[in-house]
Design a protein around this ligand. Structure first.
Ligand code: SF4
Length: 215
């Protein structure tokens, strides 16, 4: 997968390879907004996998380009595909409330995106081949932004990024490593809408997330 990222980066940017040298907030990319915009323009017509033909809108991601916190879901859903924005609809609104509770938001130290930039039909799980094609784009976003912490939202996002086959509870509560950036897995906000019993555990996770970001 790293080889795929490097190959794709080389295709996109020639011989100048962009490697993640540091996650230090002091060394954040001051031009992250324009670099993200440029990168989005470069890939928004992507047809590398079959989802390019069935999407309505490409969903690159959104939020604060200088954010220390990057939230990553698995793929756009129906509303995201319609609007071209990540995490909209009821789940998105709940996520916004959770972020407000830790004194953050999409305009303030949070960036939200997905592993896949196009919606899988009927919201099925991403195929391994689709992840193989699309994950290098996420790695490039991370390379531009250098977040302090990545939070995978939901079991599918967690297993997809960590390349493990585990239930969510097996991944929760641990500080993982995603190509050099610390990563935590927590519940997807849609899961909280289905089962409010998950809210207490999610709040514990977000208190932990806040403490890491504030440290
Ligand atoms: S899902 Fe990713 S790789 Fe597939 S067409 Fe969309 S942007 Fe390209």
């Amino acid at each position: 997968m790293l080889a795929s990222y490097l190959k794709q980066t080389q295709e996109l940017f020639g011989d100048e390879l962009y490697l993640n040298k540091s996650n230090s907030s002091q060394e954040k990319n001051k031009n992250a907004k324009s670099d993200l915009d440029i990168f989005c323009e470069e890939i928004c017509e992507c047809q590398k996998c079959a989802l390019g033909a069935t999407r309505n809108k490409f969903v690159f991601g959104g939020g604060d380009p200088q954010a220390n916190l990057m939230l990553v879901g698995e793929a756009p859903g129906a509303e995201e595909d319609r609007l071209g924005e990540p995490f909209v609809g009821r789940a998105g609104k709940l996520l916004d409330k959770i972020l407000t509770a830790i004194n953050r938001g999409r305009a303030k130290d949070v960036y939200i995106c997905n592993v896949l930039k196009c919606r899988p039909p009927n919201n099925r799980d991403p195929l391994a081949s689709e992840v193989e094609q699309c994950e290098p784009y996420l790695l490039k976003q991370i390379e531009i932004m250098r977040p302090k912490l990545i939070v995978a939202l939901g079991r599918v996002a967690g297993t997809t990024l960590l390349k493990v086959d585990q239930p969510l509870k097996g991944m929760r509560g641990k500080l993982h490593d995603y190509f050099g950036t610390p990563l935590i897995v927590t519940y997807h906000p849609a899961a909280l809408l289905r089962n409010s019993n998950f809210k207490a555990a999610t709040w514990e996770d977000f208190k932990w997330i806040r403490s890491i970001l504030d440290s």
